[in-house]
Design a protein around this ligand. Sequence first.
Ligand code: HSE
Length: 437
Amino acid sequence: MKPERGPLRVALLGCGVVGSEVVRLLNEQADDLAARVGTPLELAGIAVRRPERVRAGVDPRLVTTDAQALVTRDDVDIVVEVIGGIEPARTLMLEAMKSGKSVVTANKALLAEDGATLFAAAREYGADLYYEASVAGAIPLLRPLRESLVGDHVHRVLGIVNGTTNYILDQMDSAGAGFNEALEEAQALGYAEADPTADVEGFDAAAKAAILAQLAFHTPVTAADVHREGITEVSAADVADAKGMDCVVKLLAICERVPSLDGRNGRGVSVRVYPAMIPRTHPLASVREAYNAVFVEAESAGSLMFYGAGAGGAPTASAVLGDLVAVARNVVGGTPGPVEVTYAKLPVLPMGETVTRYYIHLDVTDEAGVLATVAEEFARHEVSIQAVRQVGLGEEAQLVVVTHRAPDAALSAVVEGLRGLDSVREVASVMRVEGEE
Ligand code: HSE
C-alpha cells in the first residue's frame, strides 16, 4: 500500500481578478478538491506586488512580495501563475520547474512568445506545465486538443477567441452601431479596457491562435508568426454589406494545415487573425455578445464545436482549478502529464500563400465596358469570380464581387489593380469570406 502523503502545497503568483477567485474556490471547495485529488490542496503563499490591495477573503498571513523566494520554497509543490506578461512570470516559472515544481498558468502572452523555453524546462525537469486558462477562459479546449484528439489528424481550427471584439461586432450587427459607438458601449460594460489595443487590433486573438496552432499541428508557432488584422477598420457599411449576403462579420482566429499536392502531412500551416464574413448558417455565426467558440475539424472526429465564456474571473479560475487538480493528481500518482510535442516542424506559410475568398465593394462609373474592365483585372490574376451584384445609381454604380478561393497574394493584387482603374471611383470595402463556399 502507498504511504499516505501530506497535503499538496500551492504557491499562487498574482491575486487580481482571477487569483482571488482561485483563492476563494480553494477555500470553499477544499473538501471536494481533497477528495478528487486524494490529498488536500493547501495554499502555501500568495505573491503580489501591492499587498495593501489584496482583496477580502485572502488570508494576509499568506501574502508576500517575494515571489522569487516563494517559487523555490521546499514546502511548495505546485506553482499557479496568474500575473500575466512576459517578465517576471517567465523567470518565476522557470525557477519553479527547475526546483521540481509543476506549474499551472493562464499566461497566453508568454506561451505565445516563448512557449518553447517553458516546454523545454518542463521536459528537462520532469515538471507539468498546464495552461488551459490561457485560451478561451472556461472553455475546455486545450486539453481536448492535447489529449482527446491526439490520435486524430486536425485539419483546421476556426475560432472566435476574443470576447471584446465579438461583443463590438455583435453590436454593430444587431443594433447597426458604428465601431466607435460599439467600443464605447463595450468599455462602459467592462468588456473592453480603457486601452483596447490588445483586443481590437487582434493581438490577444493572435497569441491564442499561436497556442492553438502549436497544439493542433504539433509544430512550433509563435505570436510573431501569426498574420494579424484587427477590427478598427470594420465599418457599419461592411456589416450591412455582410447582412446583404446573409453573412455576419466575426474576428476569426484561423489555424489551417495546408496540404501538399501529394502528401497528407501538409506543406505547412497557415495561422491568421482577421475580420471576415461568415455565412449566418455557420455555427460560429450564432456566437453572440462576448462569448467565445472554437470550431475544430479533424479527420476522424469530423467537426466539433467548443462554446462558452472566454474571460472573466470565475470562468478563468474554473480552468485554472481544473489544471490544478489534474497536476495535483499527477503529483500524487508520481507520473507527470503529457509534454508538448512539436515534432512536425511544419513551416508557417506567408499570408500571400493562404487560400481564401474576398468580398469587394466598388464604386464605379456606370458606362459601357466597366464591368468587362473590372472582370479583366480578376482574370489577369487568375482569380475566379463567384458572384457579381450591381446597383445602378445614375452616373455611377455600386459593384459587389465575391470571388472563389484563390491565394491571398493574387486577391490583394486584384484589389491593387482595381484601385488603379479610371472607372473605379473607390474600392469601398474589402473583406475576406470564410466558411464553405
Ligand atoms: N480580453 C480578452 C477578451 C480576454 O476580450 O476575450 C482575455 O484574453
